[in-house]
Design a protein around this ligand. Sequence first.
Ligand SMILES: Nc1ncnc2c1ncn2[C@@H]1O[C@H](COP(=O)(O)OP(=O)(O)OP(=O)(O)O)[C@@H](O)[C@H]1O
Length: 254
Amino acid sequence: MLETRGLGKTFAIPGRHVAAVSEVDIRLEPGSFTAIVGRSGCGKSTLLRLLASLTEPSAGSIHYAGGQKPNIGCVFQEPRLMPWLTVARNVAFGLSGKLPKAELDARIASALDLVGLTAFRDAHPDQLSGGMASRVALARALAMKPELLLLDEPFAALDAFTRRGLQQELSAIWHARRPTIVFITHDVEEAVLLADTVLHMDAGRIVDSIHVPLRHPREPTDPALIALRRRILAGLSQPVSAVSPLTNQEESIS
Ligand SMILES: Nc1ncnc2c1ncn2[C@@H]1O[C@H](COP(=O)(O)OP(=O)(O)OP(=O)(O)O)[C@@H](O)[C@H]1O
């Protein structure tokens, strides 16, 4: 699906440069599910924004299979819905005017069906729970028919019960449509429940890649999953560099 070579992003802030992402070489196979975990500020969101072409790299490049950029759908931590639009029109946002009406209506219906919100197509965002709003954001991304689905902590603000339901839905959608998924999370359990590869990021770099050889559907209580989660957590708590991640990323401008 895509490969990054020496990908980097540096921000200039008064007095110094911050290397948010450095020398990232990753390869995403078509239909793969990759989670990215790492401490706050290690560069996860910046890497996702680079993959989404929402920001320009300062170094390196992204290469797409066949030389063509895939359709990309993004979901962020906050649903970012338009309060004045209905659920259906929020899902259509970004596609209106680009597709014939019949095709657009079919995309909306299919995306709402996938996230179980068909009955709420005419509701407004203020009539939805937090979990339902997150589902609408997911449906909006799915309506793009994304070949690459990028999710930045999409369930972080939800209670554990709602979160588990959405994890199961995302997993079902992945099995049904097989988009290539990159999923950022702070939650290692969530990473091993969903992904087939977990990338550990530290100080802007990918420092480990862990394969998750467990069959789906996965259960949080599976001893093999718990053991893998422990192993990843142990790796996360070990200092990868002698200095703190943020200090490591800051370079004085001379
Ligand atoms: N627009 C920006 N301007 C300047 N610095 C930035 C900008 N965006 C990110 N950074 C810096 O880049 C580094 C990585 O930030 P990023 O948001 O990618 O981390 P993160 O791992 O996603 O963090 P979190 O888990 O807390 O969301 C941080 O030091 C941050 O302050």
